[in-house]
Write a protein that binds this ligand. Structure first.
Ligand code: FAD
Ligand code: DHB
Length: 389
Protein backbone atom coordinates (compact mmCIF):
# COMPACT_ATOMS: atom_id res chain seq x y z
CA UNK A 1 0.00 0.00 0.00
CA UNK A 2 1.55 3.38 -1.02
CA UNK A 3 2.33 5.43 2.09
CA UNK A 4 3.55 8.98 2.43
CA UNK A 5 4.63 11.27 5.28
CA UNK A 6 4.22 14.98 5.75
CA UNK A 7 4.02 17.53 8.55
CA UNK A 8 0.48 18.80 7.89
CA UNK A 9 -2.17 16.84 6.01
CA UNK A 10 -4.71 19.26 4.53
CA UNK A 11 -8.12 17.87 3.64
CA UNK A 12 -9.79 19.88 0.85
CA UNK A 13 -8.45 22.12 -1.92
CA UNK A 14 -10.92 25.00 -1.67
CA UNK A 15 -9.62 28.48 -0.84
CA UNK A 16 -8.88 27.54 2.78
CA UNK A 17 -6.86 24.37 2.03
CA UNK A 18 -4.88 25.90 -0.84
CA UNK A 19 -4.12 29.14 1.03
CA UNK A 20 -3.02 27.17 4.10
CA UNK A 21 -0.64 25.07 1.98
CA UNK A 22 0.81 28.27 0.47
CA UNK A 23 1.29 29.97 3.85
CA UNK A 24 2.87 26.86 5.38
CA UNK A 25 5.20 26.57 2.42
CA UNK A 26 6.33 30.16 3.05
CA UNK A 27 7.04 29.24 6.68
CA UNK A 28 9.05 26.16 5.70
CA UNK A 29 6.37 23.70 6.86
CA UNK A 30 5.58 20.74 4.59
CA UNK A 31 2.03 19.83 3.69
CA UNK A 32 0.02 17.60 1.37
CA UNK A 33 -3.46 18.59 0.15
CA UNK A 34 -6.02 15.84 -0.50
CA UNK A 35 -9.09 16.71 -2.63
CA UNK A 36 -12.15 14.58 -3.31
CA UNK A 37 -13.07 16.21 -6.64
CA UNK A 38 -11.17 16.66 -9.91
CA UNK A 39 -9.05 19.73 -10.56
CA UNK A 40 -11.44 20.95 -13.28
CA UNK A 41 -14.42 20.63 -10.96
CA UNK A 42 -12.74 22.63 -8.18
CA UNK A 43 -11.57 25.32 -10.61
CA UNK A 44 -14.94 25.59 -12.31
CA UNK A 45 -17.07 26.20 -9.20
CA UNK A 46 -18.53 29.72 -9.40
CA UNK A 47 -18.95 31.18 -5.94
CA UNK A 48 -17.63 34.20 -4.07
CA UNK A 49 -16.43 37.43 -5.56
CA UNK A 50 -15.83 40.02 -2.85
CA UNK A 51 -12.38 40.08 -1.26
CA UNK A 52 -11.61 42.22 1.80
CA UNK A 53 -8.41 44.27 2.00
CA UNK A 54 -7.17 42.14 4.93
CA UNK A 55 -7.66 39.02 2.80
CA UNK A 56 -5.70 40.62 -0.06
CA UNK A 57 -2.85 41.28 2.38
CA UNK A 58 -2.78 37.64 3.52
CA UNK A 59 -2.85 36.47 -0.11
CA UNK A 60 -0.02 38.86 -0.92
CA UNK A 61 2.01 37.38 1.93
CA UNK A 62 1.21 33.94 0.53
CA UNK A 63 2.61 35.11 -2.84
CA UNK A 64 -0.65 34.71 -4.77
CA UNK A 65 -2.06 38.25 -5.04
CA UNK A 66 -0.27 39.59 -8.14
CA UNK A 67 -3.05 38.90 -10.67
CA UNK A 68 -5.76 39.76 -8.15
CA UNK A 69 -4.16 43.17 -7.58
CA UNK A 70 -3.71 43.71 -11.31
CA UNK A 71 -7.07 42.51 -12.59
CA UNK A 72 -9.40 42.74 -9.56
CA UNK A 73 -11.88 45.63 -9.48
CA UNK A 74 -11.32 48.00 -6.56
CA UNK A 75 -14.61 49.20 -5.05
CA UNK A 76 -14.98 52.24 -2.80
CA UNK A 77 -18.69 52.03 -2.14
CA UNK A 78 -21.79 49.87 -2.35
CA UNK A 79 -25.41 50.57 -3.19
CA UNK A 80 -28.42 49.46 -1.21
CA UNK A 81 -31.82 49.74 -2.88
CA UNK A 82 -35.26 49.34 -1.34
CA UNK A 83 -38.15 49.49 -3.78
CA UNK A 84 -37.48 52.62 -5.88
CA UNK A 85 -35.10 54.14 -3.33
CA UNK A 86 -31.33 53.99 -3.88
CA UNK A 87 -28.62 54.71 -1.30
CA UNK A 88 -24.88 54.67 -1.77
CA UNK A 89 -22.64 53.83 1.16
CA UNK A 90 -19.19 55.32 0.65
CA UNK A 91 -16.12 53.57 2.05
CA UNK A 92 -13.80 56.53 1.40
CA UNK A 93 -14.26 58.27 4.76
CA UNK A 94 -12.76 55.18 6.38
CA UNK A 95 -10.13 54.69 3.65
CA UNK A 96 -11.65 51.27 3.07
CA UNK A 97 -11.99 49.33 -0.14
CA UNK A 98 -12.97 45.91 -1.44
CA UNK A 99 -11.68 43.97 -4.43
CA UNK A 100 -14.10 42.16 -6.69
CA UNK A 101 -12.32 39.08 -8.04
CA UNK A 102 -13.93 35.71 -8.66
CA UNK A 103 -13.22 32.76 -6.40
CA UNK A 104 -12.62 30.74 -9.60
CA UNK A 105 -9.76 33.07 -10.54
CA UNK A 106 -8.32 33.00 -7.01
CA UNK A 107 -8.52 29.20 -7.01
CA UNK A 108 -6.66 29.13 -10.34
CA UNK A 109 -3.91 31.39 -8.94
CA UNK A 110 -3.61 29.21 -5.82
CA UNK A 111 -3.48 26.00 -7.88
CA UNK A 112 -0.75 27.45 -10.09
CA UNK A 113 1.25 28.42 -7.01
CA UNK A 114 0.89 24.85 -5.66
CA UNK A 115 2.09 23.48 -9.02
CA UNK A 116 5.09 25.83 -8.90
CA UNK A 117 5.91 24.63 -5.37
CA UNK A 118 6.21 21.10 -6.73
CA UNK A 119 3.54 19.74 -4.36
CA UNK A 120 0.19 20.05 -6.19
CA UNK A 121 -2.95 18.74 -4.46
CA UNK A 122 -3.77 15.05 -4.86
CA UNK A 123 -7.14 15.08 -6.62
CA UNK A 124 -9.93 12.51 -6.79
CA UNK A 125 -9.29 10.88 -3.44
CA UNK A 126 -12.15 8.85 -2.02
CA UNK A 127 -13.24 7.42 1.34
CA UNK A 128 -10.95 9.66 3.37
CA UNK A 129 -10.66 8.46 6.99
CA UNK A 130 -8.85 10.36 9.76
CA UNK A 131 -7.17 8.10 12.32
CA UNK A 132 -5.40 8.59 15.66
CA UNK A 133 -6.36 12.27 15.84
CA UNK A 134 -6.03 12.12 19.63
CA UNK A 135 -2.50 10.65 19.43
CA UNK A 136 0.85 12.16 18.45
CA UNK A 137 0.95 10.71 14.97
CA UNK A 138 -2.32 10.98 13.07
CA UNK A 139 -2.85 9.09 9.84
CA UNK A 140 -5.11 9.80 6.88
CA UNK A 141 -6.27 6.80 4.89
CA UNK A 142 -7.86 7.19 1.46
CA UNK A 143 -8.52 5.47 -1.83
CA UNK A 144 -7.27 6.82 -5.11
CA UNK A 145 -8.62 5.18 -8.26
CA UNK A 146 -9.63 2.29 -6.01
CA UNK A 147 -6.16 1.81 -4.50
CA UNK A 148 -5.64 2.33 -0.72
CA UNK A 149 -3.11 4.97 0.40
CA UNK A 150 -1.93 6.31 3.77
CA UNK A 151 -0.58 9.72 4.73
CA UNK A 152 1.16 9.97 8.13
CA UNK A 153 1.43 13.46 9.60
CA UNK A 154 1.86 15.59 12.73
CA UNK A 155 -1.36 17.58 12.25
CA UNK A 156 -4.51 17.47 10.13
CA UNK A 157 -6.17 20.64 8.83
CA UNK A 158 -9.85 20.04 8.08
CA UNK A 159 -10.45 22.44 5.17
CA UNK A 160 -13.04 20.26 3.45
CA UNK A 161 -16.11 22.48 3.56
CA UNK A 162 -19.50 22.02 5.17
CA UNK A 163 -20.04 18.47 3.80
CA UNK A 164 -16.49 17.22 4.50
CA UNK A 165 -15.28 14.34 6.63
CA UNK A 166 -13.14 16.36 9.09
CA UNK A 167 -15.84 17.87 11.29
CA UNK A 168 -17.65 14.52 11.34
CA UNK A 169 -14.46 12.90 12.68
CA UNK A 170 -14.82 14.81 15.96
CA UNK A 171 -16.88 12.80 18.49
CA UNK A 172 -20.40 14.16 18.94
CA UNK A 173 -19.76 14.33 22.70
CA UNK A 174 -17.01 16.92 22.06
CA UNK A 175 -18.54 18.99 19.27
CA UNK A 176 -21.30 21.54 19.69
CA UNK A 177 -22.99 22.98 16.60
CA UNK A 178 -25.16 26.07 16.27
CA UNK A 179 -27.32 26.47 13.19
CA UNK A 180 -29.99 28.56 11.50
CA UNK A 181 -31.41 27.34 8.21
CA UNK A 182 -33.14 30.02 6.11
CA UNK A 183 -36.38 29.25 4.29
CA UNK A 184 -34.96 30.40 0.92
CA UNK A 185 -31.89 30.16 -1.30
CA UNK A 186 -30.07 32.21 -3.92
CA UNK A 187 -30.38 31.56 -7.62
CA UNK A 188 -27.12 32.81 -9.14
CA UNK A 189 -26.20 33.43 -12.77
CA UNK A 190 -23.05 34.44 -14.57
CA UNK A 191 -23.40 36.19 -17.96
CA UNK A 192 -21.38 38.24 -20.39
CA UNK A 193 -23.32 41.46 -19.92
CA UNK A 194 -22.08 44.74 -18.44
CA UNK A 195 -23.06 45.24 -14.77
CA UNK A 196 -26.12 47.47 -14.23
CA UNK A 197 -23.96 49.76 -12.10
CA UNK A 198 -20.19 50.06 -11.51
CA UNK A 199 -20.72 49.13 -7.84
CA UNK A 200 -22.55 46.20 -6.23
CA UNK A 201 -26.27 46.69 -5.71
CA UNK A 202 -28.04 44.88 -2.84
CA UNK A 203 -31.78 45.25 -3.49
CA UNK A 204 -34.51 44.61 -0.94
CA UNK A 205 -37.85 44.26 -2.72
CA UNK A 206 -41.40 43.10 -2.01
CA UNK A 207 -40.79 40.24 -4.49
CA UNK A 208 -37.59 39.20 -2.68
CA UNK A 209 -33.91 40.11 -2.49
CA UNK A 210 -31.69 40.65 -5.55
CA UNK A 211 -27.96 41.27 -5.87
CA UNK A 212 -26.13 42.68 -8.89
CA UNK A 213 -22.44 41.90 -8.75
CA UNK A 214 -19.82 41.47 -11.44
CA UNK A 215 -16.57 39.87 -12.48
CA UNK A 216 -15.44 42.53 -14.97
CA UNK A 217 -16.76 45.49 -16.99
CA UNK A 218 -18.34 42.99 -19.37
CA UNK A 219 -19.32 40.12 -17.06
CA UNK A 220 -22.10 40.17 -14.48
CA UNK A 221 -22.78 37.90 -11.52
CA UNK A 222 -26.37 38.30 -10.28
CA UNK A 223 -28.42 36.58 -7.61
CA UNK A 224 -32.13 36.33 -6.81
CA UNK A 225 -33.68 35.15 -3.57
CA UNK A 226 -35.54 31.95 -4.54
CA UNK A 227 -37.52 29.11 -3.00
CA UNK A 228 -35.51 26.19 -1.65
CA UNK A 229 -37.21 23.78 -4.07
CA UNK A 230 -36.40 25.95 -7.11
CA UNK A 231 -36.27 23.88 -10.29
CA UNK A 232 -33.53 25.34 -12.54
CA UNK A 233 -35.31 23.90 -15.59
CA UNK A 234 -38.16 26.32 -14.93
CA UNK A 235 -35.82 29.33 -14.93
CA UNK A 236 -35.22 30.25 -18.54
CA UNK A 237 -32.64 33.01 -19.06
CA UNK A 238 -35.47 35.37 -20.03
CA UNK A 239 -37.35 34.64 -16.79
CA UNK A 240 -34.24 35.33 -14.72
CA UNK A 241 -33.58 38.72 -16.33
CA UNK A 242 -37.26 39.72 -16.11
CA UNK A 243 -37.41 38.81 -12.44
CA UNK A 244 -34.13 40.62 -11.71
CA UNK A 245 -35.40 43.78 -13.44
CA UNK A 246 -38.67 43.59 -11.50
CA UNK A 247 -36.77 43.72 -8.17
CA UNK A 248 -34.56 46.70 -9.06
CA UNK A 249 -35.36 50.43 -9.03
CA UNK A 250 -36.62 51.46 -12.53
CA UNK A 251 -33.42 53.33 -13.40
CA UNK A 252 -31.33 50.20 -12.85
CA UNK A 253 -33.94 47.84 -14.30
CA UNK A 254 -33.66 49.77 -17.57
CA UNK A 255 -29.98 48.86 -17.66
CA UNK A 256 -30.45 45.09 -17.37
CA UNK A 257 -29.01 43.58 -20.55
CA UNK A 258 -30.48 40.20 -21.42
CA UNK A 259 -28.00 37.64 -22.74
CA UNK A 260 -27.59 33.87 -22.52
CA UNK A 261 -26.32 32.86 -19.08
CA UNK A 262 -23.05 30.93 -18.78
CA UNK A 263 -23.80 29.32 -15.42
CA UNK A 264 -26.90 28.99 -13.26
CA UNK A 265 -27.10 27.43 -9.79
CA UNK A 266 -29.05 27.46 -6.54
CA UNK A 267 -27.40 27.76 -3.12
CA UNK A 268 -29.32 27.31 0.14
CA UNK A 269 -28.68 29.88 2.89
CA UNK A 270 -27.41 28.80 6.27
CA UNK A 271 -25.74 30.16 9.38
CA UNK A 272 -23.64 27.54 11.15
CA UNK A 273 -20.86 27.42 13.75
CA UNK A 274 -19.09 24.34 15.14
CA UNK A 275 -17.04 24.47 18.31
CA UNK A 276 -14.37 23.78 19.38
CA UNK A 277 -12.33 24.07 16.18
CA UNK A 278 -9.69 21.73 17.54
CA UNK A 279 -9.82 18.10 18.55
CA UNK A 280 -6.43 16.59 19.42
CA UNK A 281 -4.29 17.16 16.33
CA UNK A 282 -7.19 18.04 14.02
CA UNK A 283 -7.97 21.72 13.34
CA UNK A 284 -11.04 22.91 11.42
CA UNK A 285 -10.94 25.97 9.15
CA UNK A 286 -13.21 27.64 6.59
CA UNK A 287 -16.60 26.24 5.67
CA UNK A 288 -15.80 23.00 7.56
CA UNK A 289 -16.00 25.08 10.74
CA UNK A 290 -18.67 27.65 9.88
CA UNK A 291 -21.12 28.80 7.24
CA UNK A 292 -22.44 32.31 6.81
CA UNK A 293 -25.31 33.21 4.50
CA UNK A 294 -23.66 34.85 1.45
CA UNK A 295 -25.37 38.23 1.97
CA UNK A 296 -22.40 39.78 3.77
CA UNK A 297 -19.81 38.26 1.37
CA UNK A 298 -17.88 36.93 4.38
CA UNK A 299 -17.40 33.19 3.76
CA UNK A 300 -14.23 33.22 1.69
CA UNK A 301 -12.75 36.06 3.73
CA UNK A 302 -13.35 34.19 6.99
CA UNK A 303 -11.80 31.05 5.51
CA UNK A 304 -8.61 32.90 4.54
CA UNK A 305 -8.36 34.55 7.95
CA UNK A 306 -8.82 31.18 9.70
CA UNK A 307 -5.95 29.59 7.81
CA UNK A 308 -3.71 32.62 8.30
CA UNK A 309 -4.17 32.21 12.05
CA UNK A 310 -3.69 28.43 11.83
CA UNK A 311 -0.56 28.77 9.65
CA UNK A 312 1.01 31.17 12.15
CA UNK A 313 0.24 28.73 14.99
CA UNK A 314 1.72 25.75 13.12
CA UNK A 315 4.78 27.79 12.11
CA UNK A 316 5.39 28.72 15.79
CA UNK A 317 5.12 25.03 16.70
CA UNK A 318 7.79 24.00 14.20
CA UNK A 319 10.13 27.00 14.39
CA UNK A 320 10.06 27.70 18.12
CA UNK A 321 8.41 24.64 19.70
CA UNK A 322 5.77 27.03 21.04
CA UNK A 323 2.19 25.73 21.19
CA UNK A 324 0.33 28.66 22.77
CA UNK A 325 -0.99 29.80 19.38
CA UNK A 326 -2.23 26.29 18.55
CA UNK A 327 -3.90 26.17 21.98
CA UNK A 328 -5.47 29.60 21.42
CA UNK A 329 -6.60 28.96 17.80
CA UNK A 330 -10.13 27.75 18.47
CA UNK A 331 -11.18 30.47 20.92
CA UNK A 332 -9.55 33.30 18.97
CA UNK A 333 -10.98 32.20 15.62
CA UNK A 334 -14.45 31.65 17.08
CA UNK A 335 -14.64 35.19 18.38
CA UNK A 336 -13.95 36.55 14.89
CA UNK A 337 -16.31 33.98 13.35
CA UNK A 338 -19.24 34.87 15.63
CA UNK A 339 -18.85 38.55 14.74
CA UNK A 340 -19.07 37.69 11.02
CA UNK A 341 -22.06 35.43 11.77
CA UNK A 342 -23.79 38.36 13.49
CA UNK A 343 -23.26 40.69 10.54
CA UNK A 344 -24.24 38.13 7.88
CA UNK A 345 -27.41 37.05 9.71
CA UNK A 346 -28.38 40.70 10.31
CA UNK A 347 -27.88 41.77 6.69
CA UNK A 348 -29.78 38.68 5.52
CA UNK A 349 -32.70 39.49 7.84
CA UNK A 350 -32.91 43.12 6.69
CA UNK A 351 -32.76 42.47 2.95
CA UNK A 352 -34.75 39.26 2.37
CA UNK A 353 -38.45 38.54 2.23
CA UNK A 354 -39.24 35.91 4.89
CA UNK A 355 -42.37 33.75 4.47
CA UNK A 356 -45.27 35.25 6.38
CA UNK A 357 -43.61 38.68 6.54
CA UNK A 358 -46.16 41.18 7.84
CA UNK A 359 -46.41 44.87 6.92
CA UNK A 360 -44.93 45.55 10.37
CA UNK A 361 -41.93 43.31 9.60
CA UNK A 362 -41.45 45.18 6.31
CA UNK A 363 -41.68 48.50 8.17
CA UNK A 364 -38.95 47.31 10.53
CA UNK A 365 -36.71 46.31 7.61
CA UNK A 366 -37.17 49.69 5.92
CA UNK A 367 -36.52 51.53 9.19
CA UNK A 368 -33.36 49.49 9.69
CA UNK A 369 -32.14 50.45 6.20
CA UNK A 370 -33.18 54.08 6.75
CA UNK A 371 -31.18 54.13 9.98
CA UNK A 372 -28.19 52.59 8.19
CA UNK A 373 -28.10 55.21 5.44
CA UNK A 374 -29.04 58.27 7.47
CA UNK A 375 -26.87 57.78 10.57
CA UNK A 376 -23.16 58.47 10.10
CA UNK A 377 -22.40 56.18 13.06
CA UNK A 378 -24.46 53.31 11.60
CA UNK A 379 -22.83 53.78 8.17
CA UNK A 380 -19.36 53.76 9.74
CA UNK A 381 -20.15 50.57 11.67
CA UNK A 382 -21.48 48.95 8.48
CA UNK A 383 -18.40 49.91 6.44
CA UNK A 384 -16.11 48.67 9.20
CA UNK A 385 -17.70 45.22 9.17
CA UNK A 386 -18.64 44.89 5.48
CA UNK A 387 -15.14 45.79 4.29
CA UNK A 388 -13.49 43.85 7.15
CA UNK A 389 -11.49 46.80 8.45
P1 FAD B 1 -14.81 24.90 0.07
O1 FAD B 1 -14.64 25.95 -0.96
O2 FAD B 1 -16.14 24.26 0.21
O3 FAD B 1 -13.72 23.78 -0.22
C1 FAD B 1 -13.71 22.53 0.43
C2 FAD B 1 -13.07 21.50 -0.48
O4 FAD B 1 -12.98 20.26 0.21
C3 FAD B 1 -13.86 21.24 -1.75
O5 FAD B 1 -13.03 21.36 -2.87
C4 FAD B 1 -14.39 19.83 -1.56
O6 FAD B 1 -14.54 19.14 -2.79
C5 FAD B 1 -13.32 19.22 -0.68
N1 FAD B 1 -13.78 18.06 0.10
C6 FAD B 1 -14.99 17.86 0.68
N2 FAD B 1 -15.01 16.69 1.33
C7 FAD B 1 -13.80 16.12 1.16
C8 FAD B 1 -13.23 14.91 1.57
N3 FAD B 1 -13.91 14.03 2.31
N4 FAD B 1 -11.96 14.65 1.23
C9 FAD B 1 -11.23 15.52 0.49
N5 FAD B 1 -11.74 16.70 0.05
C10 FAD B 1 -13.00 16.99 0.38
N6 FAD B 1 -17.69 34.23 0.39
C11 FAD B 1 -17.14 35.48 0.37
O7 FAD B 1 -16.23 35.75 1.16
N7 FAD B 1 -17.55 36.46 -0.50
C12 FAD B 1 -18.56 36.23 -1.36
O8 FAD B 1 -18.87 37.11 -2.17
C13 FAD B 1 -19.21 34.93 -1.34
N8 FAD B 1 -20.22 34.64 -2.19
C14 FAD B 1 -20.71 33.37 -2.23
C15 FAD B 1 -21.74 33.09 -3.13
C16 FAD B 1 -22.27 31.81 -3.19
C17 FAD B 1 -23.39 31.54 -4.16
C18 FAD B 1 -21.76 30.76 -2.37
C19 FAD B 1 -22.30 29.35 -2.44
C20 FAD B 1 -20.75 31.04 -1.47
C21 FAD B 1 -20.23 32.33 -1.38
N9 FAD B 1 -19.21 32.64 -0.49
C22 FAD B 1 -18.71 33.93 -0.45
C23 FAD B 1 -18.67 31.62 0.40
C24 FAD B 1 -17.36 31.00 -0.11
O9 FAD B 1 -17.52 30.52 -1.41
C25 FAD B 1 -16.95 29.85 0.84
O10 FAD B 1 -16.99 30.34 2.16
C26 FAD B 1 -15.55 29.31 0.52
O11 FAD B 1 -15.57 28.56 -0.66
C27 FAD B 1 -15.03 28.45 1.67
O12 FAD B 1 -13.80 27.87 1.32
P2 FAD B 1 -13.33 26.50 1.94
O13 FAD B 1 -12.03 26.20 1.28
O14 FAD B 1 -13.38 26.55 3.41
O15 FAD B 1 -14.43 25.44 1.51
C1 DHB C 1 -20.94 38.20 -4.60
C2 DHB C 1 -21.39 37.26 -3.73
C3 DHB C 1 -21.92 37.67 -2.51
O1 DHB C 1 -22.35 36.75 -1.64
C4 DHB C 1 -21.97 39.01 -2.15
O2 DHB C 1 -22.50 39.37 -0.97
C5 DHB C 1 -21.49 39.94 -3.03
C6 DHB C 1 -20.97 39.54 -4.26
C7 DHB C 1 -20.38 37.78 -5.91
O3 DHB C 1 -20.42 36.58 -6.21
O4 DHB C 1 -19.89 38.63 -6.66
Amino acid sequence: MPSQKTQVAIIGSGPSGLTLAQLLDGAGVESVVLERRSRDYVQGRVRAGVIEQGTVEILRRAGVAARLEREGLKHHGVEIAAGERRYRIDFAAQSASLTVYGQTELTKDLMEARDASGVPPIFEVDEVVLENIEGDRPRVRYLRHGEPHTLDCDFIAGCDGYHGVSRRSIPASVLTTHERVYPFGWLGVLADVPPVSPELVYASHERGFALCSMRSATRSRCYLQCDLDTDLAKWSDERFWDELASRLPAELAARVVRAPVLEKSVAPLRSFVAEPLRYGRLFLAGDAAHIVPPTGAKGLNLAVRDVDQLAAALAAHYAERRDELLDAYSAAALRRIWRAERFSAWLTSVLHCFPGRTSFDRGMQLAELDHLVSSAAARAAFVETYTGL
